[in-house]
Every structure is written in structure tokens, then in C-alpha cells.
Design a protein around this ligand. Structure first.
Ligand SMILES: C[S@@+](CC[C@H](N)C(=O)[O-])C[C@H]1O[C@@H](n2cnc3c(N)ncnc32)[C@H](O)[C@@H]1O
Length: 505
């Protein structure tokens, strides 16, 4: 398929660019939509995209990378509640709400994190002090945000006590954000490249625009930042992801450093406004100021200094606090995304991400294990085993790998091998109750009654200790339902006790 025309159309309409490794997901998304729409061929599908806005959005939903989680870059939340909000509140002349917008808010973790941080600081009165909005181009992500239901992967950076306080648990994998916070955030469909944004989205005190601009080239970032600047009040602030800040210092807003963190202020931080107490940062030595230095910290081409406004003494210069080099798709983020897709059974998309990761870093055990997990679901046992074995080369005591090898052997009716692998799993992590359970099943089928009893009892013991017991697995989402397994073990034990014989399946 000739991708050039598709790439151009997508870039022009929503800014997303697909070069190098990201061509593969573009290709597979196009193939998926062509198949699902029944378009005759790629040119016919292209014509459809030109005339059918709905179809364009269907495609975009497949192309966006929605990676996000609660309390991502928590230092920005600290900056918000400790510095920016107190400053805004102290400068307020009326009782209007402080308005905060997240653009590229994905499935809502970012605006809800802000709501939580504000609730932590201002208690119940947060509801009457702040107005929160989120916008994203991906309608599917927005729908999730509105529903507010999240899996464990969204909580990797959130303190458990905050999760307990602001979420209601459904089962091992799912929590819902509590309604009072959910109702505080309003979500809007928004394409950052549209000439007009939804009319409600204006007059903001603070805009968060984090981990979105990395998908856009420099001219697109510039167009978007100009538009975002018009949504800000005169004394408003724009917060961009730490690794992206330098690549967004485009001379449109003023870059400010405070406590080692960077953000943009619409108003020049100077003495004119007494409540703006942004410290002046001394100019760094001349040798730090070159464009070359900036290039080091960002893979995106930084415009020549001539296109930047002259640096004034008040203008903060970030070079003494260079953030770590920008990584557009860090392996960890890719794994998270692949895991999320796997949990949603979007196996093709997960496999595409895993292929890219493994091409970059072939021995990454988490990627190999997830791949093996998906292959197992597809009943490609040989390939699943091969990938699990490769994972063992990097991580010789991987419970996940033992578990996958055990399941592959079990499903191939190789009971002895399966027992061997499940035993390895419990040897590596005795907490691995799924391995004990499968051992129980295999022993029962082999009429090894005492072994089966012992295995089922261990499962019951492990499952009785906590509400959401640790299954000892690092990455693969086996999805065995705890309550069902508990019931089955109890049931099988009772039957074994009654019969002292093999129980038919
Ligand atoms: C990686 S997520 C970032 C989520 C969140 N801001 C965070 O930092 O955790 C990027 C989001 O930007 C959205 N996005 C990409 N292009 C967009 C556009 N043209 N207009 C609006 N949102 C866009 C994607 O749909 C995706 O949800």
C-alpha cells in the first residue's frame, strides 16, 4: 500500500506523523479499517476518508497512542497545588472558578489526577473552587474517561491510599473513580488542529498539554501552541510534559523555571504584576546557550535561534536543568500500552507494538512474555513456547515464563511437561496460586489424589489471605477469576474426600 497520501491527509487533519517504526501501526490500522468498511482497495478507502468524517475518526482512534496513568509526572501536580493555584487564588478579584483544561487528556487519568490533587489540598471546597475540563481527539478514549473505570495499569504511580480514597473497587482489575470527582471533570471532543475549538473551551487559568506534542512536528506544535495561548487568560499558564518542554519553547509563551520545573506563562514574568512572584533565573554561562546544546536534549529539530524571540534578562533559561533526553516511545510505555491492549483483547494492535519493541530491544522479557501470552491465546503453542523460552534467557526465574510453558504443554496434552513447568513456577514464587491450581487439576486427572488435595488446599490457603491475592506473576494477565477458582478447589476437595477416586471432568 502506498502510505504517502494517507500520511499526508492524517498529518494535515490532526497533526499525527508516522515515520520509521510507526509506519507499521499505520499500515495495520489502515488494513483493519479497509477490511471492516468493505472498501474495495486502498484508493477507495482514501476516497472514503475524504468524504466521511465519521470514518476518519474511526481511523484516528486506532492511530492515537493513549498511554496515560494517574499521577504521571506528579511534580507538575505539586507545582499546581503548591505554587500556581495559590498564586491564582491570591490574585483573584471575584468569586469565579479557577479553570483548568487538559488537552490530549486520553482516558481521563490526567484531569482526574488534578481533581484528586486539588481535593487533597482544598478538601470539599475544591468542587466549588475549580472547574476542570478535558479534550481529546479520540472518542473512544473520551468515552472511557466519562465512564471513569480503570484497570490496575492506570494506578502504577498512584499511592494506594489515594486509590482507596477516591475509587471504588469492582474486582482485582477494575476500579471506578468516585462520582463526585467524575462529575467535576467535563470532557469534550477536540481536534487540536481544528480552526475552532468547542466554545466552552476558553478563558482558562491553566492548560495541561503533556505527552501530546511529541507526536507533532515543529510547525504543527507552533500552530497548536498559538491556539492554546488564545484559550488562556492573560495570566494563564501552560504545562507541558517535562521531556517536551524545550521542544515547545517556540517564542509564543514565556518559559519560566520554578523550583527546577518548567512551564509557560502567557504574561511575561516581570515585576509589573506583584502577585506573580516567579523568581528570576540568572543567565547561564554563554557556552550553554547554543542551539547545538538544545538539540542534544531533543530529537526534534529546534528552529535556529533567529526564529526565537531575543532572550531578555527576565526570560528564564532552562539549560542548567536540562531534562533527560526525550524518548518518544520508551520501552516501558510501550509495554504498558501493549498490556492494556492485551487486556482489551486488541491482540493485533498489541502485537504490532510488541514487534516494534522487540525489534529495538530483542531480549526485552516483558515484551516476549506478553507476545507468548497472545500467541497462546491464538493457540500457536510452538511460537508461544519459543517466546517464553527466549524470556527465560533474560530472566531465568520468570514465573510468567514457567506459567506460559506449563499452559502450552497442558493445552497440548503434554501433562508431564505441564506438571514440570507449573512446579517450576511455584518453586520460583510459591504465591503463584494459578500454578498450584493447574497442578491440582493435572494431579486429579492423573489420579494422584493426595497430590491433588495438597495443591487445592494450597490454593485455598493462598486465596484466603487477601481480598486480591498476589498471583506471583509479573506481567501476563491470566485472568483466572479468584472466586471461581476458590469455589472449584473447595468443590473438588469435597468430591475427592467423598470418592477417593478420579472425578470425571
Ligand atoms: C500519550 S496520550 C497523553 C495523555 C495525557 N496527557 C498524559 O500525559 O498522560 C496522547 C493523547 O493525545 C491525543 N491526541 C493526539 N492528537 C490529537 C489531536 N490532534 N487533537 C486532540 N488530541 C490529540 C491522543 O488521542 C492521546 O489520547
Amino acid at each position: 500500500m502506498n502510505l504517502a497520501a494517507f500520511k499526508e491527509l492524517i498529518k494535515q487533519r490532526c497533526g499525527l506523523t508516522f515515520e520509521g517504526v510507526s509506519e507499521a501501526p499505520l499500515l495495520s490500522s489502515l488494513q483493519k479499517r479497509i477490511a471492516e468498511t468493505g472498501a474495495k482497495n486502498a484508493p477507495a478507502y482514501y476516497a472514503m476518508l475524504l468524504s466521511d468524517q465519521h470514518e476518519f475518526h474511526e481511523l484516528v482512534c486506532l492511530l492515537t497512542i493513549n498511554e496515560t496513568y494517574f499521577y504521571r509526572e506528579p511534580e507538575h501536580l505539586q507545582l499546581l497545588v503548591d505554587c500556581l493555584i495559590p498564586r491564582i487564588l491570591s490574585g483573584k478579584q471575584d468569586a469565579s472558578l479557577v479553570r483548568i483544561l487538559c488537552v490530549g487528556c486520553s482516558s481521563g487519568e490526567e484531569p482526574y489526577s488534578i481533581a484528586i490533587a486539588l481535593r487533597e489540598k482544598y478538601g470539599e471546597s475544591a468542587a466549588s473552587l475549580f472547574m476542570l475540563a478535558g479534550g481529546d481527539i479520540d472518542k473512544g478514549a473520551l468515552e472511557k474517561a466519562r465512564i471513569g473505570r480503570y484497570t490496575a495499569f492506570s494506578f502504577r504511580s498512584l499511592a494506594p491510599e489515594l486509590r482507596e480514597r477516591y475509587f471504588t473497587r469492582h474486582d482485582k482489575w477494575n476500579w471506578s473513580i468516585n462520582n463526585d470527582l467524575r462529575h467535576q471533570v467535563h470532557f469534550h471532543h477536540l481536534n487540536l488542529l481544528d480552526a475552532h475549538y468547542p466554545h466552552e473551551l476558553q478563558n482558562f487559568d491553566i492548560i495541561f498539554f503533556r505527552n501530546v506534542s511529541i507526536y507533532f512536528d515543529l510547525p504543527t506544535r507552533s500552530i497548536i501552541q498559538r491556539h492554546l495561548a488564545t484559550l488562556l487568560k492573560d495570566e494563564g499558564y501552560l504545562i507541558i510534559g517535562t521531556a517536551e518542554t524545550l521542544a515547545n519553547d517556540l517564542g509564543i509563551l514565556n518559559l519560566v523555571e520554578e523550583g527546577g520545573l518548567f512551564y509557560f506563562a502567557k504574561q511575561h514574568p516581570g515585576p509589573a504584576k506583584p502577585h506573580l512572584k516567579i523568581p528570576k533565573i540568572p543567565k547561564p554561562p554563554a557556552r550553554h546557550i547554543g542551539v547545538a546544546d538544545r538539540k542534544l536534549s531533543s530529537p526534534a529539530p529546534i528552529p535556529p535561534s533567529a526564529s526565537q524571540p531575543p532572550t531578555t534578562p527576565e526570560r528564564a533559561t532552562p539549560l542548567q536543568h536540562l531534562p533527560p533526553p526525550l524518548q518518544i516511545t520508551p520501552v516501558a510505555a510501550g509495554i504498558d500500552e501493549a498490556l492494556r491492549l492485551t487486556l482489551e483483547k486488541r491482540y493485533d494492535e498489541a502485537m504490532t507494538i510488541l514487534a516494534i519493541l522487540l525489534e529495538r530491544q530483542p531480549g526485552t522479557s516483558a515484551a516476549l512474555l506478553l507476545k507468548a501470552h497472545i500467541l497462546l491465546h491464538r493457540k500457536d503453542y510452538a511460537a508461544a513456547e519459543e517466546n517464553a523460552q527466549l524470556a527465560l534467557n533474560t530472566e531465568p526465574w520468570s514465573t510468567d515464563a514457567f506459567m506460559l510453558l506449563g499452559l502450552a504443554a497442558k493445552w497440548r496434552d503434554q501433562a508431564d511437561d505441564a506438571v514440570k513447568w507449573f512446579k517450576q513456577a511455584v518453586y520460583a514464587r510459591n504465591e503463584c496460586w494459578p500454578a498450584h491450581y493447574y497442578l491440582g487439576e493435572l494431579y486429579r486427572a492423573a489420579n494422584k489424589i493426595e497430590n491433588a488435595r495438597r495443591a487445592y488446599r494450597v490454593v485455598l490457603q493462598l486465596l484466603s489471605t487477601q481480598q486480591a491475592p498476589d498471583d506471583g506473576l509479573a506481567i501476563i494477565p491470566l485472568g483466572l477469576p479468584v472466586s471461581e477458582v476458590r469455589f472449584l478447589c473447595t468443590h473438588q476437595l469435597a468430591k475427592l474426600d467423598d470418592n477417593h477416586a478420579v472425578i470425571p471432568n
